[in-house]
Design a protein around this ligand. Sequence first.
Ligand SMILES: [Ca+2]
Ligand SMILES: [Ca+2]
Length: 255
Amino acid sequence: MNSIFRRLAALALCALLMLPAAGLGADEPPQSGVGMDISGFESYTFAGEPVDGSIFAETELTVINIWQRWCGPCWIELPHFQQLHEYYSETPEADVQVWGALYYGDNPSTIEQAVDFVAENGYTWNHMVICDELTIVAADGELTEYIIIPQTLIVDRYGVVRAQVKGKVDSYEELFDLTSEWLEILRSEYAAELGDIDLDGSVTSVDALLALRRSMGVVELTQAELLRGDVNCDGEVDSVDALIILRMSLGILNR
Ligand SMILES: [Ca+2]
Ligand SMILES: [Ca+2]
């Protein structure tokens, strides 16, 4: 196959990938991956290292860009993600990480091509190979080869997809605004949840007892519970947090 023909074939594949997910009839309302929990995903990075849903708890917000090696719209928007990655790398107080997730369809050889492509273009943010959980989100709830490429997801620290952009993000400003707006929303939600370990809507002595029992090693807390219980934000849930939560429950301290 000569190079021109190969390029035409690639563009045809890209056009195919731009079609809506297979299986959604015209009379069916469009569905969305928003609200789906992908905290259980497992995949591997371009460096061959395992990566899983535990990454979401590492930052307040995660941006995931689903892309494909032979996809023109992806090539256009990828520099925006490099710019976003550089901005948040230099702005640690804004707790955001950027990931690429490579779609490769039934052609695993494009994984190697994508690794080379990233290196050639000097793209330095993290990349993983797409997994079933992300494919299902991108395809509105079903596991299919035909998904819209590219897509951008905003994921909260619990691994829940909060926003989904299907198709190309037109500018860095659009991407930055999307991320900034969601970071503000999520921070507000996290602040409201602080101390409410069992997430029943109020901070009570039950939450304080959970923190105390955790500090004594009597109970295990999930990552999400630990994030809500670490009210002094020192990375641990211990008796200090238990005391603060107890004071919060008594109205002596406000959130
Ligand atoms: Ca509670
Ligand atoms: Ca703490």
